[in-house]
Design a protein around this ligand. Structure first.
Ligand SMILES: [Fe+2]
Ligand SMILES: [Fe+2]
Length: 411
């Protein structure tokens, strides 16, 4: 029999308070290993915008990567819609041996909230509780409430005998926005992830985006997640956020920018023959080259697997690898966002990012010039669609030596 301590949380961000709790739970001797359960959409926080699940999962993984006996589960974030503890427990039970014991780890505030959750009697029949004392609730009150739960629900409750490091995620996020990532508050590996992806950089301006749009994006993320490796998922989320940022500036639909940004590489990690198959189904014989075919293949997949019918979104995905001679603002925005999202590190990015803040067409021109220079250096031909975009935007690319230019082979 293995005793599994289950610690759920949004982990937005994963900070040293979470880490200390994990360490204290392991040290208590009351569990044999710990699972961190990254929360999906939370039933109790419908109006609070949390970061995309892919980011939060990655932060949790990095936050405990050096600790033995700890794993991070994506069980909740693999499922679209809201996550209830009773459902998570039922799903987790299928992944464990029948004799294994689940111990839910919570702060003492949960003792008071739990009776109003969905099916508390089932939760408490399935799992034991291990409670960490929290400021604001006296130990005496917590114990009295625990006694009530034992009486009403036959709950099995133990208390954790370790001081908690209580940190405010809101304050840690605010510090991250200011570029003040204190490693006393946040593990270094998490801090570097936040800073590389500018993870909270657009939060203030994107706070006005309707919760319904975030929920829709969250559901799409769930669906696309199995198709992408973790690096590609982070890139897709970066393009999503950066595209939404640009959409607000340039008065493009934020919803469409978010969906197209999130989905633009949905075919990128599939087997080459599958990508080609979908690209052929998309009916564009000009985009069947290996590095380009995931554009039309992604548009086909977005429509037929994810049910996205909006022609503007599908077009932006289709042409994101080359551009074309008749690009909408959304097309421009996705093309540019893909090239200069926050985690991109090649040279000459800042000029494009600066242009993108005021003039999308100029940003597109600069991107195309960089891509053409890269192709020239690699002795690769320019694509006719890119040529059409260059002509349309009135750009004449000089055949010059541009050895300072360094672009990734594809995007
Ligand atoms: Fe791509
Ligand atoms: Fe991309």
């Amino acid at each position: 029999m293995i005793r599994i301590g289950l610690i759920g949380g949004t982990f937005d961000p994963f900070h040293n308070g979470h880490r200390k709790l994990v360490e204290a739970v392991l040290k208590s001797g009351l569990v044999d290993r710990v699972i961190l359960m990254v929360a999906g959409q939370q039933p109790h926080k419908t109006k609070l915008k949390v970061s995309a699940a892919g980011y939060r999962y990655e932060m949790a993984v990095r936050g405990v990567s050096d600790l033995e006996l700890v794993e991070v589960s994506d069980l909740e974030i693999r499922r679209p819609g809201r996550s209830y503890t009773v459902d998570t427990l039922a799903l987790l039970r299928h992944e464990l041996a029948p004799e294994d014991k689940i111990v839910l780890v919570y702060g003492s505030d949960v003792l008071f909230d739990l009776p109003s959750w969905r099916f508390p009697e089932k939760i408490l029949a399935e799992a034991d509780l291990l409670i960490a004392h929290r400021g604001g609730i006296s130990q005496q009150d917590a114990k009295a409430q625990a006694d009530r739960l034992c009486q009403d629900f036959n709950a099995r409750i133990q208390f954790l005998d370790a001081p908690m490091l209580e940190l405010s995620a809101t304050e840690v996020r605010a510090a991250a926005v200011r570029g003040e990532l204190d490693t006393g508050k946040i593990p270094e590996r998490v801090a570097s992830l936040i800073s590389r992806h500018d993870l909270y950089g657009y939060d203030d301006e994107l706070a006005v985006v309707e919760p319904a749009i975030w929920h829709q994006l969250s559901d799409y993320e769930c669906q696309v997640r199995p198709l992408l490796n973790h690096k590609r998922l982070l890139h897709s989320l970066n393009v999503m956020r950066y595209a939404m940022h640009l959409a607000q500036i340039h008065r493009v639909s934020v919803e469409k920018a978010g969906i197209a940004g999130l989905m633009h590489d949905c075919a990128k990690c599939l087997e080459a023959h599958t990508v080609l198959h979908y690209a052929r189904l998309a009916g564009d014989p000009e985009l069947l080259e290996p590095a380009l075919a995931h554009g039309p293949a992604g548009a086909w997949l977005a429509r037929h697997q994810f049910g996205i019918e909006d022609p503007e979104i599908l077009q932006a995905i289709h042409y994101h690898t080359t551009g074309n001679g008749d690009m909408s603002d959304l097309d421009l925005l996705i093309y540019v966002a893909d090239k200069v999202e926050p985690a991109r590190t090649y040279n000459n990015l800042e000029a494009i990012r600066e242009a993108a803040e005021t003039d999308l067409v100029q940003a597109m021109r600069l991107c195309l010039v960089e891509v053409e220079a890269f192709l020239e250096r690699e002795n690769k031909p320019s694509h006719p669609y890119a040529q059409a975009a260059l002509m349309k935007l009135g750009v004449w690319v000089q055949q010059t030596d541009r050895t300072d230019t360094k672009l990734p082979e594809e995007s």
